[in-house]
Design a protein around this ligand. Structure first.
Ligand code: NDP
Ligand code: HSE
Length: 441
């Protein structure tokens, strides 16, 4: 079908790596589809990236290595920041907004850590900072939370929100592959952050949870209050013991309204194998959101990679193009979901949360050790749900305990007391269990 195009929308791209190049390719591949939806072309008129050699820049009129060339080009309507990191990305966004250009970014680190300031600058300049691609790759989760579920009071959300981490955990569990080997593959596939410790140590997931939590609960972005634990301490033994108990281990981001405030935490989690989230594998992401009226809703799809992320970047471009076509002011376009961040709900300290726990205790193979451990748990008011005692590995015998719900502070005290026993040789590995009690999927 031939569609006569209206005035083209002029796009500038900063950074031509996985996301930038993926976006450029999608805009070319789906140009006809986009024109049909929008009635206009999205034309990339300028690209700036650190290294031009070896990049496919065909059809792009202006190229350079200075990203501020894009930001200061008067002909550009929308700037895509696909550089990543903080410097010069933060300045690029600030400058673009100050120059009254709409900005699309996939940079969750910047949104989570500098978003409060950046949205303010966008507001002052009556332009939009769009960030759909910053959370969960190709899944339109920002739209779902901010618009689709806007009628609900959000009770909780829980999700697998780092593709690299889920890819590593899946390959370790299903193919017994080594951690480092799978991480290298994730890097080659374009899933990992420039600094992969952001994926492995949970920082990337914490950035994403911070953003979702802010939208869900109408609180300011508070990355520094989000509890963060990565997957580097998870061993093949933990995966195998969890499996014996009917669980798998997933790296989850959980944000929940509780009587004490808002829980915001990212950590490895034991999930019953029958749960929907337990069956999300590879680079897949999935987020369950529980609204007080709709109940639980699930969103899943690819969480990283060039095409999935470009899908979300271009969705933002199309929204912004419609916004430009309508002549609307940015104040009608929601940034985080609440017009004012008015809810003064505090984020709960991790020691105050209540959870169930998996403990792997490296006990010395002696009579009476199990009784001593049970006594300590009892003294701290922690009851045991299940125990497995494994065969002795050299001097030690791993004891695996699943507890009922307990306050984390008490659990930490009990762990310290157990580790102090002569009968325990080393540190205890603790993984939280998420039963979703009374919160059916
Ligand atoms: P890449 O490292 O693949 O790409 C970054 C690009 O920016 C490269 O082309 C790089 O140049 C260029 N660049 C870096 N520094 C500068 C600079 N100072 N001046 C000009 N250009 C510069 O990263 P990704 O594309 O993977 O990620 C970009 C952003 O998107 C990050 O914020 C990331 O968190 C986010 N994201 C990534 C996803 C993914 O699946 N990869 C998914 C969702 C979000 P050069 O080519 O010379 O290295
Ligand atoms: N490194 C990120 C991940 C990219 O693996 O999920 C997508 O945000």
């Amino acid at each position: 079908m031939n569609v006569e195009a209206g005035k083209p929308i002029s796009i500038g791209i900063c950074g031509l790596g996985t996301v930038g190049a993926g976006t450029l390719a999608l805009l070319k591949d789906n140009a006809d589809e986009i024109r049909m939806r929008l009635g206009s072309d999205l034309v990339v008129n300028r690209i700036a990236t650190r290294t031009l050699e070896g990049k496919d820049l065909e059809g792009v009129a202006n190229t350079s290595t200075d990203v501020f060339d894009v930001v200061n080009d008067e002909s550009i309507d929308i700037v895509i920041e696909a550089i990543g990191g903080y410097d010069p990305a933060l300045e690029v966004i600030k400058q673009a907004l100050a120059n009254k250009k709409h900005v699309v970014t996939a940079n969750k680190a910047l949104i989570a850590e500098h978003g409060n300031e950046l949205f303010e600058i966008a507001n002052q300049n009556k332009v939009v900072l769009a960030y759909e691609s910053s959370v969960a790759g190709g899944i339109p989760i920002i739209k779902a939370l901010r618009e689709g579920l806007a009628a609900n009071k959000i009770n909780w959300l829980a999700g697998i929100i780092n593709g690299t981490g889920n890819f590593i955990m899946t390959e370790m569990a299903s193919k017994q592959r080594q951690f480092g080997d799978v991480l290298t593959e994730a890097q080659k596939l374009g899933y990992a952050e420039a600094d992969p410790s952001f994926d492995v140590e949970g920082i990337d997931a914490a950035h994403k949870l911070t953003i979702m939590g802010s939208i869900a609960f109408g609180i300011p972005l508070q990355f520094d209050k989000t509890y963060t634990e990565g997957i580097s301490q998870i061993t093949p033994e933990d995966i195998s013991y969890a499996d014996e108990l009917g669980y798998c281990i997933k790296h989850l981001g959980i944000a929940r309204r509780s009587e004490k405030g808002i829980e915001m935490r990212v950590h490895p989690t034991l999930l019953s194998k029958s749960r929907l989230l337990a069956n999300v594998n590879g680079v897949g992401n999935a987020i369950l959101i529980h609204g007080n009226k709709v109940g639980a809703t699930l969103y899943s799809g690819p969480g990283a990679g060039a095409e999935a992320t470009a899908s979300a970047v271009v969705a933002d471009l199309i929204d912004l193009a419609r916004h430009i076509q309508s002549g609307a002011q940015s104040s009608v376009y929601p940034a985080l979901g609440y017009r004012d961040m008015h809810e003064q709900i505090s984020v709960v300290d991790i020691e105050a949360i209540e959870a169930e726990y998996y403990l792997r205790i490296p006990a010395v193979d002696r009579v009476g050790v199990m009784a001593k451990i049970s006594n300590i748990l009892q003294e701290h008011d922690i009851s045991i749900e299940a125990v497995i005692q494994k065969e002795a590995i050299s001097e030690t015998v791993p004891i695996i305990i699943l507890t009922h719900s307990a306050e984390e502070k008490r659990l930490n005290q009990a762990i310290a007391a157990i580790e102090a026993l002569d009968d325990v040789a080393g540190t205890i590995n603790r993984i939280r269990v998420e039963p979703f009690h009374g919160e059916a999927e």
